[in-house]
Design a protein around this ligand. Structure first.
Ligand code: FAD
Length: 386
């Protein structure tokens, strides 16, 4: 039996790990289009940006692949899947046959399309090359505009202000982190970053970027306001990488559609991680999540299904973010809540938010209360698994 995994991010590497943990002894081949050994993405928007010398953080030790007999091919861009012959083809001409194929192709940063988006000084952050480029550009810049007040945008803003830059966050919504946290947590994060010197422009829409000598010079907003800048970091979300799935005529919508075993519309092909649209028992819906917890969980589920072992017990979705003086943690599915209980500590930057639906605790958020968050995790009620 041969298993091919396309994409060696958190999902792909953990799928290989769990296959071996569950006793699979056949061939495993991990195909990565990146040039370096698999690494963790979360540090790229945090410590990596503020240290001149920080290296990438490996997902697994060098020995891991050898010791577990996992073949890993770097610089290998998979360009097509032949579902009849069960073969994937790479750009370099190599072909890999499979019995089971796992797509773990992740997502790409959403690109700007407005006038001026091609200018030098417009940066994105998704992989190690982006992070190195951004770190270099941050060092050279004095004034930084962060486009998008989501988790990654605010982490970059936090790092940039820590480096002494003038930082402005432009956010189209009336508040930051609107997709992931409650107003209470979002407002505390914003207030803390404002204390550090970050300026926020909410309800603000970028319409164009003006350049000088091919480099960004000003952001122009719909209000007509202009902001002088020498670096624009775009953090406006990610788009799942679906090219292979579409080409292979698998069912896709906002992600590769999978069943509860992470199987796609092709019986031999699975999809996991940022690229997969799966039913989540906590959300009670088909969702595509972009978190480490989701990637690791789905890797374990796919491996258990292939190996025929019992499905791991679902655990509540979770995420974290590290900002200047703030550790933000979220647990559960923050959706359709009808009551919020908010507790703040005025003497310290601490917050706890409990979200209820029909008097049942469905999600929690904490700021700078990691131990409390750990305890709360046990209390999240899981809707019956379907
Ligand atoms: C800067 C940053 C910070 C983050 N911080 C946090 C955090 O603090 N907490 C949190 O929970 N989550 C965080 N995330 C999200 C988290 O990193 C992702 O949810 C997770 O990496 C998803 O893993 P994945 O394996 O599905 O996708 P990815 O990690 O994106 O891996 C997919 C891999 O597949 C490769 N690939 C794609 N197409 C092909 C192809 N055709 N051939 C070969 N290879 C291919 C890609 O190049 C990539 O290496 C962060 C993400 C980023 C970008």
């Amino acid at each position: 039996m041969k298993i091919v995994i396309v994409g060696a991010g958190t999902a792909g590497v953990n799928a290989a790990f769990w296959l071996r943990q569950y006793g699979y002894t056949g061939e495993i081949r991990l195909l990565s289009n990146e040039a370096v050994a698999p690494y963790q993405r979360p540090p790229l928007s945090k410590a990596f940006l503020t240290s001149e010398t920080a290296a990438s953080t490996p997902l697994k030790s060098e020995d891991f692949y050898k010791n577990n007999n996992i073949n890993i091919s770097l610089n290998t861009v998979v360009v097509s899947i032949n579902v009849e012959r069960k073969v994937v083809s790479a750009k370099n001409g190599e072909e890999y046959t499979y019995d089971k194929l796992i797509l773990a192709t992740g997502a790409n940063a959403r690109r700007l399309t407005c006038e001026g988006s091609e200018l030098s000084g417009v940066c994105y952050l998704r992989n190690i090359e982006d992070a190195k480029n951004l770190r270099r550009k941050l060092a050279e810049s004095t004034s930084v505009v962060v486009l998008g007040g989501g988790v990654i945008g605010l982490e970059v803003a936090s790092a940039a202000v820590g480096l002494g830059k003038k930082v402005t966050v432009i956010e189209a919504a009336p508040r930051v982190m609107a997709r992931v946290v409650t107003p209470a947590a979002a407002n505390l994060v914003r207030a803390r970053l404002e204390v550090e010197g970050v300026e926020f422009m909410l309800n603000a829409k970028l319409t164009s970027i003006k350049g000088m000598n091919g480099h960004v010079d000003k952001c122009v907003l719909a209000s007509g306001e202009k902001i002088q800048t020498d670096l624009i970091v775009v953090g406006i979300g990610a788009i799942p990488e679906l090219g292979l799935a579409v080409e292979a005529a698998l069912e896709v919508s906002n992600g590769v559609v999978v069943n509860e075993q992470m199987r796609t519309s092709d019986i031999n092909i699975y999809a996991i991680g940022d690229c997969a649209l799966a039913r989540n028992p906590f959300f009670e819906a088909m969702v595509r999540l972009e978190t480490i917890h989701n990637a690791v969980t789905q890797a374990q589920i796919v491996a258990s299904g292939i190996c025929g072992t019992s499905r791991p017990t679902p655990t509540p979705p979770r995420f974290w973010s590290d900002l200047k003086g703030i550790t933000l943690q979220g647990l559960g599915a923050l959706k359709d809540y009808d009551k919020l209980v908010v507790a703040t500590n005025t003497k310290a930057v601490e917050l706890e938010v409990l979200a209820y639906k029909n008097e049942i605790l469905i999600a929690t958020e904490t700021i700078n209360l990691p131990k409390r968050q750990g305890l709360l995790g046990e209390s999240i009620t899981m809707p019956e698994y379907q």
